[in-house]
Design a protein around this ligand. Structure first.
Ligand SMILES: [Fe+2]
Length: 305
């Protein structure tokens, strides 16, 4: 059996993270000195091997973002350094977290231009195995997108719609109906997020390009998403995406294409209008599961500030 190292910030093996969770701390500092040589090695390997695939498959907004963030390719980046370049561009910043962020809190962070960011990194001998998000997914996959103004505004708008959802369900008197409605709306929002921010494709002058962070941070899947004849790729239809279940443990067999980030922004507006009209109250059952923490986070949501 593998031994758990006393130091290091390796995914699922980091004592610092376990301690933070035990103490109930969700928002944390990035204790940079705890990264082990193996952690830095993992970052370096992940970064170097994916560069040619980004050149070939990533959309231009992402590639510009990578340049403007001046990410260190040789070692795990410091979030303070990343934020120094990011914040002046769109107001966004990466905010270190100890683990899973319940849905409402996550979306509300986006509204406040904060991106909950995992600070651990996968093992250097298992680069393709990802039991949960890590800093490579979050910082190399998501954060470069936050340098783009139109994309950043879309995330903020999406965060706004979480408040709309919380307000809507707070007006439902019957508790069972309130939970059922909320479960359906969270499911619809999670599916939208998955098929766009995590796994979206965009049409460009030179063909399909990737803008979803789950693809941008996966050496194998970024190529598969664009090249494989087995993947179904369709222009996004909101009514389809919000009713479409997905599984997280294999390459995605179905991906949706947007025309631009203005298109994506408009879709978020429509998602919110559908929410208000009740159209998201009974979306198709299936993945993703909505857990107690997600529900509680919406039910306890405070007013917009
Ligand atoms: Fe992600």
């Amino acid at each position: 059996m593998d031994t758990i190292p006393a130091v290091g910030l390796t995914t699922t093996e980091a004592p610092f993270i376990e301690q933070a969770k035990t103490e109930g701390k969700l928002y944390i500092q990035q204790p940079y000195e705890l990264y082990s040589p193996e952690n830095h090695e993992a970052w370096k390997k992940l970064y170097h091997r994916i560069i040619p695939r980004w050149q070939k498959y990533a959309n231009e907004h992402f590639l510009r973002g990578i340049d403007s963030l001046c990410l260190n390719s040789g070692a795990v980046p410091r979030l303070d350094d990343v934020n120094r370049f990011l914040k002046p561009l769109t107001g966004f910043k990466a905010k270190a977290v100890s683990g899973y962020v319940p849905a409402f809190l996550f979306f509300d962070c986006l509204r406040n231009r904060e991106f909950p960011t995992t600070i651990t990194i996968r093992r250097s001998d298992k680069l393709d195995y990802l039991p949960e998000p890590d800093i490579f997914h979050d910082v190399a996959g998501h954060v470069p997108m936050h340098t783009d103004k139109a994309f950043a505004e879309t995330l903020v708008r999406f965060g706004e719609s979480a408040h709309t959802a919380a307000e809507l369900v707070s007006g439902i008197g019957d508790e069972r109906r309130r939970i059922r409605t909320l479960t359906s709306i969270i499911k619809a929002m999670a599916r939208f997020f998955w098929f766009t921010v995590e796994f979206g494709l965009m049409r460009g002058a030179d063909g399909l390009r990737v803008y979803g962070s789950g693809l941008l941070s996966s050496y194998g899947e970024i190529e598969h998403a664009v090249e494989s004849p087995e993947v179904q790729r369709y222009p996004i239809q909101l009514e389809w995406a919000v009713n479409q279940a997905f599984e997280i443990d294999h390459y995605q067999p179905l991906l949706f294409i947007v025309e631009s980030f203005d298109h994506l922004f408009d879709l978020v507006g429509r998602l919110e209008r559908w929410m208000k009209s009740g159209k998201l109250n009974n979306v198709a059952p299936g993945e993703p599961a909505v857990n107690e923490q997600d529900l509680k986070s919406f039910l306890e949501a405070g007013p917009r500030t």
